[in-house]
Design a protein around this ligand. Sequence first.
Ligand code: SF4
Length: 243
Amino acid sequence: MGKSVKSPASARSGDAVSLKARLKKPFDIDEVMSRVREAVKPYPKPVLFELADRGFGSPFQILVACVITIRTFEEVSLPAALKLFEAADTPAAIARLGPERIDALIHACTFHEPKSRTIHAIAERVTNDLGGELPCDFETLTSFSGVGPKCANLVLGIACKQPTGIPVDIHVHRVTNRWGYVQGNTPEKTMVELEKRLPRRYWLEINKLLVPFGKQVCTGKMPKCSQCPVLEYCRQVGVRGHR
Ligand code: SF4
């Protein structure tokens, strides 16, 4: 077979691609985490970490707050969760509120009506069947309707201090795939890939860091690559335009 001959233009574009790849450093997760940790210092913490810092960090409270945050902006979720916990912050007290009162308290968030029913059902089951305390157990946590692996892993990591799985939300999914650190076309697949590769010491922190990083720097559209502290490590997979 003869050698393929490149046109001058395709040779130049191939050279540009390989030059870009050569300018990248081998991916160093410790260095990347350290730089991202520094970069997100000025920004608010993700809601569940903030609530835990404010004293609402029991497994039940983190689970309820996680339900509130689903498909809801952080700026809306935090006041809604605080409003609910100011009215009632134990399973028995939230069960006594009833779904309608819960709905009124979390009214600002998306899907407040089904969420109020979910929260009430969780509170009732914890009160009536689980002795008033939500156990730190993945199977029990995901047995509640409306609770998936992300919320269960956040409860286990933040409230139980047992990060036994990685809470992958849309930001963790997008950023780690752009880095080229994993290849997962859904958050669920990204979680599986990350759990094979990411050192355990980062299993909870990756969520705490990449939620603000994904909102402020590595945004969904037009990420701020030119100001990004990890540009030299990031393969920018799938990034077609950036600031
Ligand atoms: S270089 Fe761009 S794509 Fe990569 S992490 Fe930074 S902002 Fe995101």
